[in-house]
Design a protein around this ligand. Structure first.
Ligand SMILES: N[C@@H](CCC(=O)N[C@@H](CS)C(=O)NCC(=O)O)C(=O)O
Length: 203
């Protein structure tokens, strides 16, 4: 293996896309290995945690868990704080994003439309606005999570908010987080960031 490799499904979404964007912003020339869902079952047992993304760097064991990958890339390339307490504050927000995915993702596996509608109505009535309010409370004067410089936490927040804003989740309004000014400012700042826009244009 000559260069680092990031393996994820062939779609510009979720945990894999946030790692790809981080690697791109870090200026890392990486092998953007995209797999088909049909090939996943055969690969699953060979990954560190039975899930994607997986990051492989020459001379190191494969690394799973999106937040660990983001933290590593951020620390190596100036996209994550060096001060331990501030780094932990960013890591807490990244874990908060994973909590959001853990709440919403099970509704994608429900068998009937009725079950899905009911589960999502519950999220809209409680978990999602609470998640947004707690997120907003953690944010400062912006435009990014910790001021003027984009960091891996911003990429993670951007990708997860885009999931909702794209209207991809039936029964959850695409505008669910629109009333949160700091989160929306962050979303806009990441979206308009030259490196992020360049990545979007290419993929
Ligand atoms: N906590 C893990 C979750 C990884 C995860 O659930 N990945 C999904 C794709 S976003 C996956 O691999 N799904 C296929 C499977 O679990 O079999 C992380 O943050 O990387």
């Amino acid at each position: 293996m000559q260069k680092p490799k990031l393996t994820y499904f062939d779609a510009p979404v979720s945990r894999g896309e946030e790692c790809r964007i981080a690697l791109h912003l870090a200026g890392v020339a990486f092998d953007d290995h995209r797999i088909k869902h049909a090939d996943w079952a055969a690969m699953k047992a060979h990954t560190p945690f039975g899930a994607l993304p997986v990051f492989e760097a020459p001379g190191h064991a494969p690394l799973g868990q999106s937040n660990a990958i983001l933290g590593l890339v951020g620390r190596l390339h100036g996209l994550h704080p060096t001060e331990p307490y501030e780094a932990a504050r960013h890591e807490a927000m990244m874990a908060h994003v994973e909590d959001l995915r853990a709440a919403v993702s099970p509704t994608m596996r429900l068998k009937t439309e009725d079950e899905k509608q009911r589960a999502r109505a519950q999220l809209v009535a409680g978990f999602l606005p609470e998640w947004g309010a707690f997120t907003e409370r953690q944010m400062g004067d912006g435009p990014f999570f910790a001021g003027d410089a984009i960091q891996v936490v911003d990429i993670k927040l951007y990708v997860v908010v885009r999931w909702f804003k794209n209207g991809a989740l039936d029964h959850i309004p695409a505008s669910i987080f629109d009333a949160l000014p700091k989160l929306m400012r962050l979303f806009g700042a990441v979206h308009d960031h030259a490196g992020v826009a360049a990545w979007r244009a290419k993929h």
